[in-house]
Structure formats: structure tokens, C-alpha cells
Design a protein around this ligand. Structure first.
Ligand code: LFR
Length: 486
């Protein structure tokens, strides 16, 4: 089939992107875009999953109106959040958003039942307060008892479109409940949650062919004939497929969006003590690879300072203002829990600077500068850790995702890491999603060929590392700031 559609839904927006192979290149066209976000109800943060489902239908109906009669379809979203279904396939509860504060302290409590090192040894997954394991640990146990099946968000969207249930592998690994050796849910972890394996469904691998849309949906909404393909339904796993890299072990990626996910692709997991102490994760990638990476707070902080300032300026304008502000004046520890979901990100950053005896950034440009500088310094730390843990010498850092458009941050990253940065494509998640569909259809041979195609199809901008004034002094200031916080 010549038409492929990626449904790619992030924390702040979703879109349907049409992909075709044209003269040896991948061509993308946005069919539909819609907003996403969590909202508060009864003191908790929830996603509006029915809205997401409706927008997929709207996008597919548009595709049909534009002449697409047949296509394949794959869906990716953010990870970890889940839907509980009863025997009739109805939702038992609305879908909690992972930034909801109900999991504060849950990890520590869970580890009283199974020590952190044991959980890491079994799963290889970094500790993030919102992992599905901890979310389910604090979920109402009565509801868990009533639950027939637990699906993650994209699994649920596949279910609504086809009536069939799967737990897709890359996303299932982010639950922190998959056993690395057995490649299945870990029975002991499930037992500690009062759950059983039968409440999950069959695990499915990216590249599996899934099935058609429900005929009643096609008729009611006048949709094209779609064959759903299992793609890496965790957006970061799709984004990593879309990295235009070549060679082995000499490149790292930074998937830069709401989160910054920095890491390497490994053939085998690395769940050593050292990796655990540095909080690296071994999420499953497409085609039995591992995404050895770390979550860094990312452009969420920029999205939030724009939101609390009433969207006073656009993203590009903010980068412009930041590039005029004094560099490295005030720094923040990006991964501190206080930046996960504060009421007011600007005030939170200002308080942090005040408490640590640094100049307080006032204008939005200054606050944004503080975020970009601190992110680039965190990337530097992460790259050093990555080389140390894996023993690989990295030559190129590929930045993909929306953040690849940010020349200021890309150059800062090259300067501080001392690595060549290659930025692009910005749509790597949709690219990866589409390429797995094309691999499943036999149009692209494998992931290596897919990456070559990504490199040939999109503009990739290179940034050579430049000098940083007083770099050693800056690094000591950064290290002492971080050690103050431990
Ligand atoms: C990025 C992402 C990250 C995951 C976080 C929460 O969109 O999927 O990989 O850790 O969101 O799900």
C-alpha cells in the first residue's frame, strides 16, 4: 500500500501525518493537528482520552476527503499512562496524567516491599516517580480487582479502532513491570500490586501486522480502509527509529521535546549497579533493541514558562530573547522533582536561584536562558556518564524532535559536550512510526535502511563544538551547585 499514516500524540499536541515514498525519499504531509493537555478534576490531573480518539477519527475522515482510500496506520503516544477496562470493555476510571502528584513518595513506599536494586535488576528501568508500577501501586485496589485488562494509552486507542487488545512491547517496558530475562510481565512485581498476568494481554512487537479498522467506524465516519500495524507505540521508541545515524556505537541521540531523552541504542540491556546509580533506563526499542537513556526535564520547562506568562511570546521569539541574555548567569538542577509539575514554573525557577544564592532571572528571556544553559550542562553530564557506562566513545550526538529547531540549544550542546551535534529531523517520531509501517509492508528492508532513508530525506544541520569561555570554572560551579542538592 502506498499510503501510510502516523498518529503521533504528545503531551501538548497530536497530529496525523501522511507518509509516502517518493523518488527514494520519505515525504511527509500533515493531515490534521489537535491540542492535548491534562486537566484537573477532583484535585487530580487527567487526560481527555475520548477527545484524542475523536481527533483520530476526524483526521482519518479528512484523509479520505483528500483522496486517501487505503492506508496503513500506526499510533504512538507518550508512555506509562494506562487505562483499566472492565469485562465489557468500558473504562473503570479516567486516565490519570503521569504528572499528577498522587505518586509523590510512592516509589520509596514500594521499595519497602522490594528493594530498588532488585526491581532494577529485574526490569532495568530507571526510577521515575510516575512509572506505571508506582501509579498502579497507589491506584484504588477495589478498581484494580474489577479490572479485566490493563492497556497503555496507545494500546487503548488501537483497541477502540479495531476491537483487539495488545500490550505493545516498547511501551510495556516503560511500565517498569517487564522482566528483562523473561521478556514478559514479572509475576512477583504483579503480585506486590495485587495483580495477575491475566489482567494484561498479549505482548506485540513493532512490525507485527494488526488488523483492519472496525467496519462500523469506517461507515459511521466515512474513513479510508486502514490496516493497523504495530509500531513502536512509545513515542520515544519511534523517535529513535527516525534518527538518521549510521554505524554502531559511535552515536548517541537526544530526542528533544516535552522531555529530553538522551541515550544510546544497545543490542543488550545494561542493568548494572553503576547504570542504576546514574538512573539510566533500558527501555525496549524497535526490533529487539534497547534504549539505554535517561529522562531529562526538557522543553516542558519552556512550555510552562510560556503558559504561565499567558503565551506572551512565541517559541522562536523566546529563543531569540534567550540568546541576547547573559550566558550561564543562573543555573538550575533541571531534574529536581520541584520542576515536574509546579503551579508556576517561572516562580519555581526564581525561587531555586534565590535559594542557591544565584542572581534571580527576571525577564522571560533570562529565565529561558537559564533553562537552555542548564539543559545543555545536563546533556554534558549525561554524555560523560553514557560513555563511561557503555565504554563507547561517542562521536556524534543526533538531536531529533521539535528541539532540533533550536539553534541556540544545539550549539550550546555541541560546545559543552565537545561533540558534533547533528540536528534533525524534527518529525523523527512520525518518521520512525511510518518507517516501521513501511518495514512491515516490505518497502524498507530494516532499521539500518530506514535510518539511511531518514538521512537522505531531511535537512540535517551540523554544529561543530566551539569554545566556551571559562569552561572549567563553569563546570566547577555546575558541579558544586548539584552537589549542594544531594
Ligand atoms: C516523551 C515520553 C518519555 C516518557 C515520558 C512520560 O514524550 O514518552 O519517553 O518517559 O514521555 O511518558
Amino acid at each position: 500500500m502506498a499510503n501510510h499514516i502516523a498518529v503521533d500524540i504528545g503531551a501538548s499536541s497530536g497530529r496525523l501525518i501522511h507518509g509516502t515514498l517518493d523518488g527514494g525519499r520519505l515525504k511527509l504531509r500533515e493531515l490534521h493537528r489537535f491540542s492535548n493537555g491534562f486537566r484537573k478534576m477532583d484535585g487530580h490531573d487527567y487526560w481527555d482520552i475520548d477527545h484524542l480518539f475523536r481527533e483520530i477519527l476526524t483526521g482519518l475522515a479528512k484523509a479520505k476527503r483528500e483522496g486517501i482510500r487505503e492506508c496503513t496506520l500506526g499510533i504512538d503516544t507518550w508512555a506509562v499512562d494506562y487505562v483499566l477496562l472492565d469485562q465489557t470493555g468500558e473504562r473503570i476510571h479516567e486516565v490519570y496524567a503521569y504528572r499528577d502528584t498522587r505518586t509523590n513518595g510512592a516509589a520509596d513506599n514500594f521499595h519497602l516491599r522490594m528493594p530498588r536494586a532488585e526491581v532494577y535488576g529485574r526490569t532495568g528501568i530507571q526510577e521515575l516517580s510516575f512509572n506505571t508500577l508506582y501509579q498502579l501501586f497507589v491506584h484504588d485496589s477495589g478498581q484494580l480487582k474489577q479490572t479485566e485488562s490493563i492497556l497503555l494509552v496507545p494500546d487503548y486507542l488501537y483497541f477502540r479502532l479495531t476491537g483487539k487488545k495488545i500490550n505493545e512491547f516498547t511501551n510495556a517496558s516503560t511500565t517498569q513491570m517487564l522482566n528483562l530475562e523473561r521478556n514478559d510481565f514479572d509475576d512477583d512485581l504483579l503480585k506486590l500490586l495485587g495483580l495477575s498476568r491475566t489482567q494484561f494481554v498479549q505482548l506485540a512487537e513493532p512490525g507485527d501486522r494488526f488488523g483492519p479498522l472496525l467496519p462500523e467506524l469506517m461507515e459511521a465516519y466515512d474513513l479510508p480502509e486502514c490496516e493497523l500495524i504495530v509500531v513502536p507505540s512509545h513515542d520515544t521508541a519511534s523517535a529513535v527509529v527516525g534518527v538518521p545515524a549510521s554505524g554502531e556505537n559511535s552515536w548517541a541521540y537526544l530526542s528533544s521535546g516535552t522531555w529530553s531523552l538522551l541515550g544510546a541504542e544497545l543490542a543488550k540491556p545494561m542493568n548494572t549497579l553503576q547504570a542504576m546509580e546514574c538512573n539510566y533506563t533500558n527501555e525496549r526499542g524497535a526490533f529487539r533493541t534497547y534504549r539505554f537513556l535517561k529522562n531529562i526535564m526538557g522543553l516542558w520547562m519552556i512550555q510552562e514558562i510560556r503558559r504561565v506568562s499567558g503565551e506572551a511570546c512565541g517559541f522562536a521569539e523566546l529563543v531569540q530573547a534567550a540568546s541576547k541574555a547573559l550566558p550561564f548567569r543562573s543555573l538550575i538542577a533541571c531534574n529536581a522533582a520541584r520542576f515536574l509539575n509546579p503551579d508556576n514554573m517561572v516562580e519555581e525557577i526564581q525561587s531555586f536561584c534565590r535559594e542557591t544564592g544565584q542572581p534571580v532571572p527576571i525577564s522571560l528571556g533570562e529565565v529561558a536562558r537559564c533553562i537552555f544553559d542548564s539543559l545543555a550542562l545536563t546533556y554534558m553530564d549525561c554524555m560523560q556518564e553514557l560513555e563511561k557506562i557503555t565504554g563507547n566513545e561517542i562521536e556524534v550526538l543526533h538531536i531529533v524532535g521539535g528541539g532540533a529547531n533550536n539553534a541556540l540549544l544545539s550549539q550550546l550542546t555541541a560546545d559543552l559536550t565537545g561533540k558534533t551535534v547533528k540536528a534533525g529531523p524534527t518529525e523523527s517520531t512520525a518518521v520512525g512510526n511510518l518507517m516501521v509501517q513501511m518495514i512491515a509492508c516490505g518497502l524498507i528492508e530494516d532499521m539500518t535502511a530506514a535510518r539511511k532513508l531518514a538521512a537522505e530525506s531531511f535537512d540535517i544541520h551540523s554544529y561543530a563544538p566551539g569554545a566556551v569561555e571559562n569552561k572549567q570554572e563553569l563546570i566547577s560551579r555546575w558541579k558544586s551547585l548539584n552537589s549542594q542538592l544531594q
